[in-house]
Each structure stands twice: as C-alpha cells, then as structure tokens.
Ligand binder design. Sequence first.
Ligand SMILES: Cc1cc2nc3c(=O)[nH]c(=O)nc-3n(C[C@H](O)[C@H](O)[C@H](O)COP(=O)(O)O)c2cc1C
Length: 443
Amino acid sequence: MTSPRTDTPTGEPLSVPAGRDAGDPAPGPEPAGAERARLRRARCVVCYWTPAGVFTAHPYPHGHPVALDGPAATVLAAFTDWTTPGQARRMLDGAGHEPARGPGDEFTETVRRLREGGLLLAEHTERAARDADLAARWAPWGPQAPFLHYTTQDFTPPPPPSPPSGPEHTTAPDPGRDADARATGNGGRTGDGSDADARAAAVPAPLFHSHPEADRVLLPRPLPDLNEPFGRVLYRRRTHYAFAPDPVPLETLATLLATVFGPTAFLDAGPHGTLALRTSPSPGALQEHSAYLALYNVEDIEPGWYHYNPIQHSLELRTEGCTRQTVTAACAGQDWVADAAFLVVLAADLRAPMRHNPDPRSYRVTLLSAGHLGQTFALTATALGLAPFQIAADHDTALAAHLRIDNLTRTPTHLLGAGLPGDRPDPRLIPAGLHAFPADPPA
Ligand SMILES: Cc1cc2nc3c(=O)[nH]c(=O)nc-3n(C[C@H](O)[C@H](O)[C@H](O)COP(=O)(O)O)c2cc1C
C-alpha cells in the first residue's frame, strides 16, 4: 500500500494543513487503540486532476490540496462513513486489496497522512462536527458554491508588477479574433511558463476591447442632460417588468452607454501602464468588463447583437438580427423581457484580472465589479427616463453564442436591460410609510 503524497500538486511540501482547529490536534504517532477509533472521510472535499495530471483531494473550508495516488484514494474511499481503521483494513482486504499489516505499515501510514491532510476526520472532534455542519448548511449549493466560496475567502497579495515593455510579438498568434490580443502581442500567451508567457505578462493590457473588423454604427453626440436630483433618481429606481411599445431613442441609448461604460478619466499607474476610469469602481481599475448588446426595439438601428466600443462611441455589429423570441429564450423563458427594448450583456475579459492577481479570489472580485456596473446602469437608465432591469436567470452560453464571444477568456457575467416605462405603475407596489402596514383594527 502506498501512502498519499502529502505534497501540494505543485510539489510544495505540505507541512501542517491550514485550518486545523483546537478540537482536532495534529495526529502524531497513532496511539494505542487507534485501530478502534472511528474516522470518516471529510464531507467537504473536492477531487480533481491538476494540469500536471496529479490526482488531488482538496478539503475546504481552509485545507490544502493533497496529492493522492490510487491506493491512498482507495483507503480514503473506505472511510465513507464512521469506520475504524481495523474495519477499513478488513473491508479492503475482502475487496481484494492487500494492505500491509502491523504497526508502521503502509496502511497505517496512509491513514495517518490522510488525517494530517484533513481528509480523514476523527469522531467526536470539533473539526468533524464543523465539517458535517458546513456540508449540511451548504447542501443545496454543494459542492460547487461552498468550494468556490471558501477556497477564495482569504486574499493573497499579487506578485510585484513587472515594468511594462514595448509591444512584443510572439510566434504563436491568438486563435481568437480579439483585437486587444493582436494589438498588444499577448495573443501568444501559452500558459506553459515559457518566455513568451513572461513577455506577454509584461505587456500592459489595452484600455478597452474592440472588434475593428466589424461593421459599426457611430453613436450620436451631444448627449442629453443627466440633471435630475440624485435623491429623486435613487428613490425612483425600480426593476421594471412592463414597458411601453415605443422604441428607445438612439440618443438615450447612446447617453446611457457613454455614461456607464465610457471612460471618465485616465490614470498613469506607473508599472501598470495607463488605466481608464469609469463612473463605476473597478478592481485595480482594470475595466475587465465590456458591454455587449441585444437591440430589438431601438430607434434608427437594425435589430442585432452588438458590442459597445467606448473609445469610438460606436456599436460594432456581432450578429445581424435579434428577435423577441431569441431574447426570451436567452433569458430562460422570461417573456416580459421581449417587451423591453434592449439587453446589455456584461462580459469580462478574465485575462486582465488573472494577469493582475493569479489568486482565484480575483474571479469573485470580477463578479463584484459586474454588480457595480449594474447599479450604475440602473440609476443612469432611471435618470434618463428608461425602465431598467437586471437578470440572473439567463443562459450565458446562448448569449455568448449570439455575441460570438469565446466564453473562455471573455465570458458573460451579468445581464442588464431596459425599455421605455409602461404607462401604469406596478399595482403590487406599496410605498414605504405609515400606511404600508396599518395597525389591525381593534376587535
Ligand atoms: C443580481 C440580480 C439578479 C436579478 N435577476 C432577476 C431575474 O432573473 N428575473 C427577475 O424577474 N428579476 C431579477 N432581479 C430583480 C429583483 O427581483 C428585484 O431587484 C427585486 O424584486 C427588488 O425590486 P427592485 O429592484 O425594484 O428594488 C434581479 C436582481 C438582481 C440584483
């Protein structure tokens, strides 16, 4: 029987697993009677093969990944429920496995290592109780959501920035069509730690993404005023589900896009190069989000799927034609969306946050920044007299296909939209105030 390798998949030695708590002291030499103490596999574990092909068990909330060989994984599987090592040993024996016997043998060493890695938990310990508690509380979303949540909970600072160099050209062009990759030469990023990778990482990202080959509509200027008092806009904002049949004026759409997605200032960020700022905050000012659109009831513009180019203030055509049925289908059958006028698909270029900080926590941060853009969109649309909404129950894969984005490096994160408001207020709305919850009349 081979013991598990208690190194991380990257080959780093794993000393004491993080997250060990006081209720589960570090297992040292197996005490007398250890064969009778009951253990079970942690409920909160996700297993995967690393890119290097190492089979890995990753306990959460705070455990380290542990590389396992096949026999160690078999031992771990023998502890699906509370089991003594003696029982597990007999079970494996009965199933034709041949664990060695006696103190200090490989089976015992494997069990010890699995405990040390937080993969086997001892009965009546605080750690085992918390593992069961966490698994039960997150059960409806498990294991995907709790794994993402807890393995990205604590911030790791990014590595120090390398100074920008001039555009580099690599021999392997990006198979994608994105102009930014071509413009900066970072399309040759190979992900294999090669020189091309290092050079690509040193090239500052472009300020905004564009599709230079696309047919385009230059949007109108000057732009309508946004002078309604902030307090009124804030309290007037609602998510709308009913819309007027009239098309949204192109000037209104143009103002909305420029205000929410256009640059408001630029920043000399030294080794990070030049950064752009918007009306919404953005982590590291990376502006990793682009605005893509489905237009189906906007004045003077053909229905279709577009990309907003914020530098040129233009719409770049991605796919001609956009029907209300297509929009409803992409919104998972929410048919009220078909009565609106347009959707805005926020799509993040994940390369920017990955370059900025390889800690997977950056993924969460990217989603947070989509929320900021969503709120600025809702308030700006309200101020412009539009009826905004946002949607989470949609089909990102369908949206990506209509927009011809690869859904790999550039991927939808959030869906917004608007139309002209319907002429009747939502009858379900009760303004907050004394009359919202009148006291029961005395009996
Ligand atoms: C991130 C997010 C996703 C949402 N997704 C949907 C959705 O898919 N369908 C829907 O009908 N409403 C959706 N809503 C709208 C909420 O139901 C709405 O905000 C809530 O009822 C409160 O109303 P209010 O926005 O007018 O304050 C979403 C809201 C947010 C913030």
